[in-house]
Design a protein around this ligand. Structure first.
Ligand SMILES: [Zn+2]
Length: 408
């Protein structure tokens, strides 16, 4: 790590705290004033001037291969900014902006060459509260660029992050629980296929039945990650959950195992290392489906800052574990057959929303004759759906009671 990076990180901490002190309301969303914003040449480098309706926490860093400048904000409304923002230099090839996770906005500037980061500052007008972010990149220098590129894990962002992680929406005990149901696979990716039954079709049927049951029971708002036989990337499924502000994410599956005797339901939560070989293989197979379907998985890691994700997960993961536990207890009490050691974990990409308790439910295995018979039987599925509905209700009560305790 070059000394220049350390120096600007240091500068950034000071600037960031400065912005914190000056801005009035950090929970509000800043708007980009495109008319007052510009990206242009300056000497041998590039200059960005972004005018915002108010000061917000921010950070800047560069990434190599390909060379990019990344600006993170909490939070900027980019509406219409892409087309309207003036780019007056061919040293910038492209511009993307959008939400990277709830409460966090990002702008990615594609650079034509390794223009080295020089300085960044946000000035907040004491009178109007408007803010101007000024970023300067210097001349091209491949060696210096690669030495300083990377997502900073410096004390500025990391130290400030705990308060910056968006709190779960404040909801009283009577508000409906927002549930995202994810019917596994779809479209080009059929999932398991046995005896003319495709996992993707069966899971869509089950997801619709579960939605209907939850809506009939009342107290739930329900979304599906897909409504038809279409392909949705794993990342896209998680993004949809974020978009609707889901409070819980249930991914429904009925995969096939090479061991045809394996049968019964199991619940998976996210972990860096898998609980067993079969779980690892399942997670790997689900990720491979995304690659085969043409999703570019490179660079997904820099979509969200790891540090922020870890912080959110510390809060979310125990809630997901509690949900998995409740589901297993409910399955047991409701007579839904379980796999031996039904609570498992693995690195499923679809469970990676850092701030939404997420579980993957293997409702059974299509490779097993009994499970296949169960899952194809509407009466059996109705029992499963009733148990799932009850389990969600039980978990919601416990989860909100816990949240209320934490608030006191
Ligand atoms: Zn599956």
């Amino acid at each position: 790590m070059g000394s220049s990076l350390l120096k600007w990180l240091g500068a950034l901490v000071a600037l960031w705290l400065g912005a914190m002190a000056q801005a009035q309301d950090f929970t509000a969303v800043a708007r980009l004033d495109h008319a007052q914003s510009v990206i242009r040449e300056r000497g041998a480098g590039v200059e960005l001037r972004l005018a915002l309706s108010q000061g917000v926490p921010w950070r800047v860093f560069t990434l190599a291969a390909p060379e990019r400048l990344v600006l993170d904000f909490r939070e900027v409304d980019w509406q219409g900014a892409g087309a309207a923002l003036a780019v007056e230099t061919d040293r910038v090839r492209g511009l993307r902006m959008g939400q990277i996770r709830p409460g966090w906005s990002r702008m990615v500037v594609d650079l034509a060459g390794p223009h080295v980061f020089e300085q960044a500052a946000m000035e907040v007008d004491a009178q109007s509260g408007t803010a101007l972010l000024h970023v300067r990149l210097g001349a091209e220098d491949a060696a210096r660029f690669s030495a300083t590129a990377g997502v900073p894990e410096g004390p500025g962002w990391e130290g400030a992050a705990p308060s910056a992680v968006p709190a779960p929406p404040e909801r009283d005990g009577t508000a409906p629980l927002r549930v995202m149901i994810d019917p596994g696979h779809g479209g080009i990716d059929p999932g398991a296929e046995v005896d003319g039954i495709a996992e993707k079709d069966l899971m869509l049927v089950l997801a619709r039945e579960l939605r209907e049951a939850l809506l009939r029971a009342g107290g739930f708002e329900v979304w599906l990650t897909r409504e038809g036989d279409e392909f949705v990337s794993l990342e896209g499924r998680v993004a949809q959950a974020h978009r609707v502000g889901a409070e819980v994410f249930l991914s429904l599956h009925a995969d096939a195992l090479s061991d045809l005797r394996a049968r019964g339901a199991s619940i998976y939560t996210l972990a860096d290392s898998a609980s067993d070989e079969a779980s690892a293989a399942l997670a790997e197979r689900h990720d491979r489906a995304d690659i085969l379907a043409g999703v570019d998985l490179r660079g997904t890691d820099d979509v969200v800052a790891d540090v922020l994700m870890d912080l959110a997960r510390q809060e979310t993961q125990p809630r997901a574990e509690a949900l998995a536990q409740t589901l297993i207890e409910s399955f047991r009490a409701g007579g839904i057959p379980l796999l031996s050691r039904p609570m498992r974990h693995a690195g499923f990409s679809v469970l990676k929303a850092p701030d939404i308790p997420s579980v993957l439910i293997e409702t059974g295995f299509l490779s097993n004759a009994r499970d296949r018979r169960h899952l194809s039987d509407p009466a059996w599925r109705a029992e499963l759906v009733a148990v799932l509905t009850g389990a969600l209700r039980t978990w919601q009560r416990a989860d909100r009671a816990r949240a209320a305790l934490l608030r006191q």
